[in-house]
Design a protein around this ligand. Structure first.
Ligand code: IMP
Length: 498
């Protein structure tokens, strides 16, 4: 017979509720901190820390350059997907690391380019400001929307219509966004060109962008003030992938696998420790204490928990393997605490797969996770790499699993070698820019910590009291016994939890 059969059912996140604790002056919503540890730096050099406990899943439909930039600017991090060629992934990481908020890499034109062609370029690109540079890249002047009229000036060149360099206010590197802002405010320009010591054009800063970029108190950066960047790797091509990612400046990587309790993860971790001793490598996914201890002993910098719960996941249906995420976190968090008592080392835990709403995040964090990894949640936002589509008059974005036929078309992918699908492909409703959605989610998390009487996630881990709820009590907690719009009244439906 089987070695062990557990007859207590494993529990989903949705089966737990957090009981309130004493709210104190230091646990009010404005004083609560959501800062967290994502991974331990090897050799006890501290932590890769985030200012919010949300990370974006390593998936083709979720974590590209735009998501990497937007999420790091708001305090989290996106794991750039590994289901693509090494060079393409490294380039994505490089673009995140080189991003300078508010500094735009300009498209330049040569001085003798006819205005008719400048106008064509503007129509094709959707913007109309072009710096004019010589063949060494040195700034000669600037063409903005006000400086040329396509028909009237068609016979002239860029040089004829540009504002020449000597009449421009120009910033010189190195320059912070705030300094660029000050220069712009005193100029009469809508855009500030930035040049280097040799007068070569580097960036443009637009007046209209500044407000948007100055105020990001939660932004997470490295010691050189570059945005934090994370990426996924796999247990097959890590000998080529890891060096390329490190070269590109990656700060932390996670091994992307549906089953991390595997000797191949230990091999990957051993290689990373030896080749890149200061790079934190997160292992996973696991759902048992045994799996956790295996990865901790193999040198993982953090551990990802979850198997079978993802919104696009059919692993449980296909293979019968998996575990309710609530039970998995509970068991692994206990093993992590025991590991800390034994070795003195704290290993951050990331709960991954099937986390839908802010309340799910609250429960996952209270059960012991340090961060939550989300696919579906982020796939809905403007910054995910997919195009919007209109279906039945609703704006949607496609979302597919890394084990779906679509992702597996790239053979190196997470499930690329399996002869069957472990994921599906579908759509999620478009929800607008990350910034707007995140604000509400974080407000809910802060409010939950406040109710629990915890001023940060450490205190939540120490003090949280949770309870399993019955199906009836879940029902009691939903709107009931009133006419909701969309039912008897025929008004537009309010959808809960999607
Ligand atoms: P979601 O937040 O519920 O959409 O789940 C996202 C998580 O599902 C990812 O972080 C992965 O751990 C997992 N995942 C991604 N693709 C697949 C798949 O094709 N099959 C099973 N799990 C997947």
């Amino acid at each position: 017979m089987a070695r062990t059969v557990l007859t207590e059912p494993s529990r989903a996140i949705a089966e737990f509720r957090l009981l309130p604790g004493l709210t104190r002056p230091d646990t009010t919503i404005d004083r609560v901190s959501l800062a967290t540890r994502l991974a331990a730096r090897p050799d006890g050099r501290g932590w890769v820390s985030l200012n919010i406990p949300l990370v974006a899943a390593a998936m083709q439909a979720v974590s590209g350059v735009a998501m990497g930039i937007a999420l790091a600017r708001h305090g989290g991090v996106a794991f750039v997907y590994a289901s693509q060629p090494v060079a393409a992934q490294a380039e994505m990481v490089r673009r995140i690391k080189h991003h300078k908020a508010g500094f735009v890499q300009p498209l330049t034109v040569a001085p003798d380019l006819p205005i008719a062609q400048v106008a064509e370029l503007a129509a094709a690109k959707g913007f109309s400001t072009f710096p004019v540079v010589d063949d060494q890249g040195r700034l000669l002047g600037l063409l903005t929307r006000l400086d040329y009229a396509p028909a009237r000036h068609a016979h002239l060149t860029a040089r004829d219509r540009m504002i020449p360099r000597d009449r421009l206010v120009v910033g010189r590197e190195p320059l912070t966004l705030r300094q660029a802002n000050d220069l712009l405010m005193d100029s009469h320009q809508s855009v500030l060109p930035i040049v280097d010591a040799e007068e070569r054009l580097r960036d443009l800063v637009f007046r209209k962008d500044i407000e948007n970029h100055l105020d990001h108190p939660d932004e997470v950066v490295d010691e050189r003030k570059r945005l934090l960047a994370a990426a996924a790797i796999n247990t097959r091509d890590y000998r080529e992938r890891l060096p390329a990612l490190v070269e590109a400046g990656v700060d932390v990587v996670a091994i992307d696998s549906s089953d991390g309790h595997s000797c191949f993860q230990a091999d990957t971790l051993a290689f990373a420790r030896q080749a890149f001793p200061s790079l934190p490598v997160i292992g996973g996914n696991i759902v048992t204490a045994e799996g956790f201890r295996f990865l901790a002993e193999a040198g993982a910098a953090g551990v990802k928990i979850g198997m079978g719960g993802g919104s696009i996941c059919i692993t449980q249906e296909q293979k019968g393997t998996g575990r309710g995420l609530g039970t998995a976190i509970l068991e692994v968090a206990a093993a992590r605490d025991e590991w800390q008592r034994r070795t003195g080392a704290y290993l951050p835990l990331i709960a991954d797969g099937g986390i839908v709403t802010a309340k799910d995040m609250v429960i996952a964090l209270a059960l012991g996770a340090d961060a939550v990894m989300l696919g579906r949640y982020f796939a809905r936002f403007e910054e995910s790499p997919t195009e919007k589509v209109l279906i039945n008059n609703r704006v949607m974005k496609p979302y597919w699993g890394e084990g779906s036929p679509r992702a597996r078309a790239w053979q190196g992918a997470r499930y690329g070698q399996a002869a069957f699908a472990e994921g599906v492909e579908g759509y999620v409703e478009y929800a607008g820019p990350l910034r707007d959605n995140l604000a509400e989610t974080l407000a809910i998390l802060r409010s939950a910590l406040c109710s629990a009487g915890a001023h940060d996630l450490d205190e939540l881990h120490r003090e949280a009291v949770l309870e399993v709820v019955s199906a009836l009590s879940i029902r009691e907690g939903q709107p009931h016994d009133i006419h909701l719009p969309g039912t008897a009244t025929g008004l537009a439906a309010k959808t809960w939890g999607v």
